[in-house]
Ligand binder design. Structure first.
Ligand SMILES: *Cc1c(COP(=O)(O)O)cnc(C)c1O
Length: 398
């Protein structure tokens, strides 16, 4: 029995010789941090690659969330999803605000726009949705609601690197109406060519994570995306202790400056991220073809006109139909060194810091609970072999 460890993810690593050459340049210059040449170059290259006007690098994906709320002086209550990584809600807590959990749409895993309005109170100042698994939130609907109530929108786009959605409204509506069919074993969505734009253009700000486990990584790292130069300057100050110039500190900023080593690493990884996404797309295709006929297993298909990044491959298990619970499958695979992940389980609203909140009541979040109890993220990265995929699938396809 082949018992080689299969991990749920594997980091995209730059070529070591090329990295060494860049390290030599850093050593020669003796400029190792504080917005050096490679830092500037990576910000510029990322803005071009992501098709956004401004990028500010951060040392991880959590600090830009904290800083976005601070920069916009968000107070009171912030509406958010319980179906995410804890950092989303932690950033609200760190700003002294109260997180208000709203349930997800069971067909997308994202904050349900229909339910946001009912959670708005006079204290609400912002909405923090997550493009969960790189599946786009209904950004147009969320913007309508935010504009009507004068709320800010900060997207935790940690999963949304390179994610693009149809630019014009008609194509967008087609994608999002069909999206209701994605969470099923229906025939796959037809591929259509439409003009797309970065999902990061939506909301007042979006944040990215470049952690080792993500599609694109700088070991630890992250970024904030903003739409105007004044905000870019303000954010650049706030990630550097609030220091504006020799004699001016604009506020109690944090230290989240990315060093030259990680910037160089990021420049190299950006050159190979498209190839890595293409490999992930192949993995998704293999999974979908194999799993489509399996009773009791559902998964997301691509949305028409959307450019996906294949960052995760969650499956959802109906234990009655499948004949095994999610946990039974998870532990069976784990015992054989095949590491899937129960992501996101437990819900953020179940952790001790948050479960006392009124909005954390499971009765308020039935869809999120159902998804958290049935989800299993299968191994997904750019280096899974056919043999690996066959071995993973052998636990699910009978
Ligand atoms: C990874 C992740 C973060 C945090 O990013 P770090 O770079 O690990 O700080 C935040 N939100 C979501 C949804 C994530 O998946």
């Amino acid at each position: 029995m082949n018992n080689k460890l299969i991990t749920v993810t594997s980091p995209l690593l730059p070529n070591l010789d090329e990295f060494h050459e860049m390290l030599q340049q850093i050593w020669d210059s003796k400029w190792i941090t504080n917005m050096g040449q490679f830092h500037k170059q990576l910000e510029k290259e990322l803005a071009d690659y992501l098709k956004v006007p401004y990028v500010s690098l951060f040392t991880n994906g959590t600090l830009p969330l904290l800083t976005a709320l601070q920069a916009m002086r968000i107070t009171g209550e912030v509406i958010t999803t319980p179906y995410s990584f804890v950092a989303t809600t932690h950033s609200i807590w760190w700003n002294g605000c109260k997180p208000v959990f709203v349930d997800i749409d069971p067909k997308t895993g994202n904050l349900d726009p229909e339910k946001i309005e009912a959670a708005i109170t006079p204290k609400t100042t912002a909405i923090m949705p997550v493009h969960c698994y790189g599946k786009p939130c209904d950004v147009r609907r969320i913007k309508e609601i935010a504009d009507r109530y004068g709320l800010k929108v900060i997207y935790d786009a940690a999963h949304a690197f390179a994610l693009e959605i149809p630019k014009n409204e008609a194509d967008y509506n087609v994608a999002f109406n069909e999206a209701n069919n994605c969470f099923s074993q229906n025939a796959p969505t037809k591929h259509v060519e439409v003009e797309t734009e970065s999902i990061l253009n939506w909301g007042d700000m979006s944040t990215l994570s470049f952690h080792a486990t993500k599609v694109y990584n700088t070991i630890e790292g992250g970024a904030m995306i903003m739409h105007d130069e004044a905000t870019k300057r303000r954010i650049d100050d706030l990630k550097n202790f609030g220091i504006h110039d020799d004699v001016t500190v604009i506020g109690p900023g944090i230290n989240s400056k990315v060093d030259e080593m990680r910037s160089a690493y990021g420049i190299l990884n950006l050159r190979q991220v498209d190839a890595a996404i293409a490999e992930r797309q192949k993995v998704a295709k293999v999974y979908r073809e194999a799993l489509r006929p399996v009773d009791g297993i559902t998964f997301f298909d691509d949305m028409s006109g959307v450019k996906h990044n294949y960052s995760y491959f969650p499956i959802f298990i109906d234990s009655e139909k499948f004949g095994m619970t999610r946990d039974e499958l998870f532990f069976k695979m784990k015992a054989d060194n095949v590491l899937a992940r129960r992501y996101f389980y437990p819900l953020i609203s179940e952790f001790s810091s948050y479960r006392g909140l009124e909005s954390a009541d499971p009765k308020n979040l039935p869809n999120a609970h159902k998804m958290a109890d049935s989800v299993l993220c299968l191994p997904m990265h750019h280096q899974l072999s056919e043999a690996d995929l066959n071995r993973i699938l052998s636990y699910i396809v009978k």
